[in-house]
Design a protein around this ligand. Structure first.
Ligand code: PEP
Length: 253
């Protein structure tokens, strides 16, 4: 089943205008020089930089995404951003349910599900994040937790065309620690099984499941060559042009 590998950068709450534009221009230039890369690149800057990064990426095959969205189209929601606003500014993707939002903003599976439906209705594709804490892993609950997160936060209307899943063990994010390749493959295969039950086999077989958590150039090939791993969601290493591009190149793109 051919699934196009996605190399996605989550810039989180990093970069002011000058460094964000420089980073985007650097990525754009490297991607252009790759000709027609067989992988799909995505960058997700903070809201404040979406417009300028969009301009900086002009002419390069790099998609633009945001890191969150509200579930309403508009209205009295001070400080929030709607999916329509993101679409309007040129986003094609939005990350939802990142573990930092689940932890910092107490986002529930139900809320993420509502956000995903709204994002899809606005014409955005979602990258829905799941993953266990260290405590949950140590008590043998990894698959159970990921299953509940998939069942709760992925809408029944999700398809391979409008949804990407990112498996990110919380304890691997920004720590330099990673699960073994076997552990990652085991979780991804289990996630695909749950997706098949929920959304049907055809959707599940086509849906991309990214791995995220301390991905860097030196471990990219190990993770990206696994059968059920269809790309990477990258935090820290996506803030350096050379590292972000090397992750794709080292994985064979
Ligand atoms: C992330 O936060 O999505 C992430 C994977 O971060 P890092 O690559 O820095 O571990």
């Amino acid at each position: 089943m051919a699934r196009k590998t996605m190399i996605a950068g989550n810039w989180k709450m990093n970069c002011l205008s000058a460094d964000g534009i420089e980073l985007a221009k650097g990525i754009a230039s490297e991607v252009k020089s790759m000709g027609k890369p067989e992988c799909e690149f995505l960058v997700c800057p903070p809201f404040t930089l979406l417009s300028s990064v969009k301009k900086a990426l002009r002419g390069a095959k790099v998609a633009l995404g945001a890191q969150d969205a509200h579930f309403n189209v508009k209205g009295a929601h001070t400080g929030d951003i709607s999916p329509e606003m993101l679409k309007d500014i040129g986003c094609t993707y939005v990350i939802l349910g990142h573990s930092e939002r689940r932890a910092d903003h107490k986002e529930s599976n139900e809320l993420i599900n509502k956000k995903a439906i709204a994002a899809n209705q606005a014409g955005l594709k979602t990258v829905i994040c799941i993953g266990e804490t260290l405590e949950e892993r140590d008590s043998g609950k990894t698959i159970e937790v990921c299953t509940q997160q998939i069942l709760g936060s992925v809408p029944d209307s999700a398809t391979a065309a409008n949804t990407v899943i990112a498996y990110e063990p919380v304890w691997a994010i920004g720590t330099g620690k990673t699960p073994t390749a076997n552990d990652v493959e085991e979780v991804h295969a289990a996630v695909r099984k749950v997706l098949a039950k929920k959304l049907g086999k055809a959707n599940a077989n086509k849906m991309r499941i990214l791995y995220g958590g301390s991905v860097k150039p030196s471990n990219a090939k190990e993770f990206l060559s696994l059968e059920d791993v269809d790309g990477a969601l990258i935090g820290g290493a996506s803030l350096k042009v050379a590292d972000f591009i090397a992750i794709a190149k080292n994985a064979g793109f």
